[in-house]
Design a protein around this ligand. Structure first.
Ligand code: ADP
Length: 490
């Protein structure tokens, strides 16, 4: 058993029951949460099943009217208090996150701050929900729009950002007046439950903030199909996103989906090779490569292929792998052994078709006693290999030589995904032509990370529907209503 509790300054943040209608609910069964760095058990957590999900939806629906009628200024204060509490407890939240998910402690604490940034932004935006007046054709009539909260929102979130995917999705919903029911990933429920404890302290009314833990296949259908649910916000795989959309279709429910990616990382021959190499290391190895915006296909113009490969080889070999709690570790374990096996298969499949391993290229599960995979650099993989076609979700960078802009745009777009893309060039013409030519929702030019509370986050094609972040988030969670007033001023 990994002793999580003893590492916390505030042990009340270690919660293992679901949070429904302002109460901690034990459920009829429990499931294990494990530390992927050493496979030891961290906690057993309540599985409240479909019954718990129904209870949470009912509680949220009961709280809906009161929460939506609460002054936006008051909602802003509560959401801001939640933000302040998250930041005051950043260290503990980071420890919980690192232990259940495996990202290095410093990075875990960074995720807490990144996620809290969205909460602060949402609190500010709560006060800036605006309508418009419209000139209408009928003499004497008046038209105007109002924006109102959609109602109860189900939030289904993944394990790769156990905290930030919750705050990014839920804080704008809460701020504009929607009660929420969160279902965190079974691998990482503890971060979600700690956030619920802080939400309770922040003063959200009973039923406004609920977290249900347990098996997705029982809880999911309740969250997508209950009459009282107005909208489903989901971050996860395209496969599950499609399933949830199908379930939500029966009730014509609104969906916001952040799904998989297959990010191109394009390095043009005029780029600063050293900066491109640093950027790739930063973008690729964050969360051990387990992010939907992780550079997946590195397209390199032929003239600089040799230089970039060399610059990267040197860096990849130095990336420190180890326990998330060890000082200086840059890459922790993957989420579980199955993830390591999957990455191993992608790499061996590419190698069997002629790819060359420049660094890493092996599982470290036996050697290190946890779900570890070596930071890896590959060249010469076939563009049709599983490694190129699928989201790698592991610490593996694969380089592909390309000739010119036309080929780059064609290859970058040759995927059903369209979430993030990266471009390294110093040529302004190339910046415009390529950013306009590739179909991705977010493009970092000479920048390996694109997310921030101020900017829209979301994808095109099979990478999703909708945008989180910035002023766009509030729009996702509000309905635009039109009012036509006639018969008074005639
Ligand atoms: P990943 O491959 O990253 O685990 P998933 O899409 O499988 O991504 O999971 C993302 C979230 O979706 C998790 O909270 C998971 O429990 C949930 N989930 C998985 N399958 C279903 C389902 N059938 N119904 C509802 N939620 C699901």
């Amino acid at each position: 058993m990994s002793d999580l509790r003893s590492r916390l300054k505030d042990q009340n943040l270690f919660r293992t029951d679901s949070f429904i209608n302002g109460e901690w609910v034990k459920g009829d069964s429990r499931f294990d949460v494990n530390n992927p760095a050493n496979r030891s058990k961290v906690a057993d957590v309540a599985d409240v099943g479909a019954a718990g999900a129904k209870q949470a939806v009912k509680a949220a629906a009961a709280a809906n009217l009161e929460w939506r009628r609460t002054s936006p200024f008051e909602r802003a204060r509560i959401v801001k208090r939640w933000h302040d509490l998250i930041m005051e407890n950043q260290d503990d939240l980071g420890v919980i996150l690192a232990m259940e998910m495996g990202k290095p402690l410093a990075e875990a604490k960074g995720e807490i701050a990144y996620g809290a940034g969205f909460v602060e932004w949402a609190a500010e935006e709560a006060k800036r929900v605006h309508g418009e007046t419209i000139a209408v054709p009928t003499p004497g009539a008046r038209g105007w729009t109002i924006r109102q909260p959609v109602g109860v929102v189900s939030c289904i979130t993944p394990w790769n950002f156990p905290s930030a995917m919750i705050t990014r999705k839920c804080s704008p919903a809460l701020a504009v007046g929607c009660p929420i029911v969160i279902k965190p990933a079974a691998e990482t429920p503890l971060s979600a439950l700690a956030l619920a404890e802080l939400a309770a302290r922040a003063g959200f009314p009973k039923g406004v903030f609920n977290v249900v833990t347990g098996e997705a296949k029982h809880i999911g259908p309740v969250l997508t199909q209950s009459d009282e649910v107005a909208m489903i916000g989901f971050t996860g795989s395209t496969q599950v996103g499609a399933l949830l959309m199908e379930q939500a279709a029966k009730g014509i429910k609104r969906v916001a989906l952040e799904l998989g990616g297959n990010a191109p990382f394009i390095v043009m021959d005029d780029a600063d090779v050293e900066k491109a190499a640093d950027g790739l290391i930063q973008g690729k190895f964050r969360a051990g490569g387990q992010t939907c915006v992780s550079p997946n296909r590195v397209f390199v113009q032929e003239a600089i292929m040799g230089d970039l490969t060399e610059a990267l080889a040197e860096r990849v070999k130095k990336v420190k792998v180890g326990d998330p709690f060890e000082e200086g570790v840059q890459v922790g374990p993957l989420i579980h052994d199955k993830a390591v096996e999957r990455v191993s298969e992608l790499v061996s499949g590419a190698v069997s078709k002629g790819a060359k391993i420049v660094a890493g290229g092996k599982s470290l599960m036996k050697e290190m006693g946890g779900s570890f995979y070596a930071p890896t650099l590959i060249t010469g993989a076939d563009m049709a290999s599983s490694l190129a076609v699928n989201e790698i979700f592991g610490p593996v960078a694969s380089l592909y030589p390309v000739k010119d802009e036309a080929e780059i745009i064609k290859l970058a777009n040759a995927t059903p995904y369209g979430l993030a893309a990266y471009l390294y060039t110093r040529d302004a013409g190339r910046v415009h032509r390529i950013t306009e030519g590739i179909d991705f929702g977010m493009i970092g030019v000479n920048a390996p990370m694109v997310g921030s509370p101020a900017t829209p986050f979301g994808g095109m094609k099979q990478s999703g529907i909708g945008r989180e972040g910035g002023k766009w988030a509030a729009e996702e969670f509000t309905e635009l209503k039109f009012v036509l007033l006639s018969g008074i001023d005639e």
